[in-house]
Design a protein around this ligand. Structure first.
Ligand SMILES: [Zn+2]
Length: 229
């Protein structure tokens, strides 16, 4: 298989008879074409499909936006440390959350099958997990970088994954990070600690980060550049 770029799309040349065009839920456009098909033919094909591609991508995006609002119903996928778990809601006489790793299940036990109640229990559980894990990751990186901080706070943050007040040596981490992979959490911790030495995102800052995490760009990409920290 050979891959080439045509009109900005990755086109895979394969032993196929026709041009195939697919879009997956990750919004990736996949185009495969016969081995020796002339490039102008492929361009024409893509042009004829472009408005359709845009329409499908818009639709997927809209669905994704709607999905961010959980209903806390059995069958929903909830994330924890970068893994998706199937939520199972059980009514009992106490409130708790149990992670069944081997079954890839998140058991939400609640007294009341009520949205607000379930949301509260789940958020509390995520917060407790973050409070256990983030200080450990912080301690690890403080040792590696030979730094010290005055205060670590873990709280929900609307637009950022973390923040650093380098004068006071205070660091904030977004509770939501507990849903991300450990790699992403480590990156945000390193990023905020790097601000103690480099307040701005200059060359020095990124050189420093890269020295300790050569593949940090991958983490940034995973975290989505729309979030500033
Ligand atoms: Zn920053």
């Amino acid at each position: 298989m050979r891959t080439e770029k045509v009109l900005g799309y990755d086109v895979h040349r394969k032993k196929v008879k026709n041009i195939n065009l697919r879009i997956n839920s990750q919004m990736e456009v996949y185009i495969s074409v016969p081995m020796n098909l002339h490039v102008s033919y492929i361009e024409n094909f893509i042009r004829s499909k472009e408005s359709w591609i845009k329409k499908v991508l818009n639709k997927i995006e809209t669905v994704k936006l709607k999905q961010t609002g959980y209903e806390y119903k059995t069958g929903e996928i909830h994330n924890f440390l970068g893994e998706g778990y199937v939520l199972k809601v059980k009514i009992s006489n106490n409130n708790k959350v149990i992670l069944k790793k081997e079954r890839e299940e998140l058991l939400l036990i609640t007294k009341f099958d009520n949205f607000e109640e379930k949301k509260k229990i789940m958020e509390k559980w995520y917060f407790e997990c973050a409070k256990k894990l983030f200080p450990v990751v912080m301690e690890k990186w403080l040792n590696i970088l030979n730094e010290r901080i005055e205060h670590l706070s873990i709280k929900p943050m609307k637009t950022r994954w973390g923040s650093c007040n380098y004068n006071k040596r205070y660091i904030n981490l977004n509770t939501e990070l507990i849903k991300r992979t450990l790699f992403e959490i480590e990156y945000v911790v390193l990023h905020e600690l790097a601000h103690l030495k480099y307040p701005n995102h200059g060359k020095g800052f990124y050189n420093y980060v890269e020295k300790y995490m050569p593949d940090y760009r991958k983490a940034e990409k995973m975290l989505n550049a729309k979030h500033y920290y």
